[in-house]
Design a protein around this ligand. Structure first.
Ligand SMILES: [Zn+2]
Length: 124
């Protein structure tokens, strides 16, 4: 495998990991008994960084969560949980940072990395 291929595979896996955590957090948000624009109640979410082993919590309100995910390529991570080669920090908050993906075709990269079709219909 060429180094370029390895890096592409790594990028794709990082982003895929972050997307799965983001989906988890979205489901969690739907189950919280607060309004989606509530800015009072702190809610624990999972860090959405690209570290497969990171399951640390970060706390924010529903309004902050919605704001942070206003764009599809934005994720919330703990301070310092930033992979500079695939993303950049666009917002700094007290207990978390909002990162934005650098421009790339994730689905294509994922397939090329052998990850199969993105978003399979059989996803649980
Ligand atoms: Zn993390």
């Amino acid at each position: 495998m060429r180094p370029e291929d390895w890096w592409e595979a790594r990028h794709a896996r990082l982003v895929k990991n972050e997307e799965s955590f983001r989906q988890y957090n979205n489901r969690r948000m739907e189950q919280e008994p607060v309004d989606s624009d509530d800015d009072e109640e702190p809610i624990p979410f999972l860090c959405e960084c690209g570290d497969f082993t990171c399951v640390q919590a970060l706390v924010m309100t529903a309004a902050e969560f919605a704001d942070a995910h206003a764009a599809a390529d934005r994720f919330v991570v703990l301070p310092g949980h930033v992979f500079d080669d695939v993303e950049r920090v666009v917002e700094h908050h007290g207990g978390f940072e909002v990162v934005e993906k650098l421009d790339m075709n994730v689905d294509e990269m994922w397939r090329e990395a052998g990850g199969g079709e993105p978003n399979p219909s059989s996803a649980s």
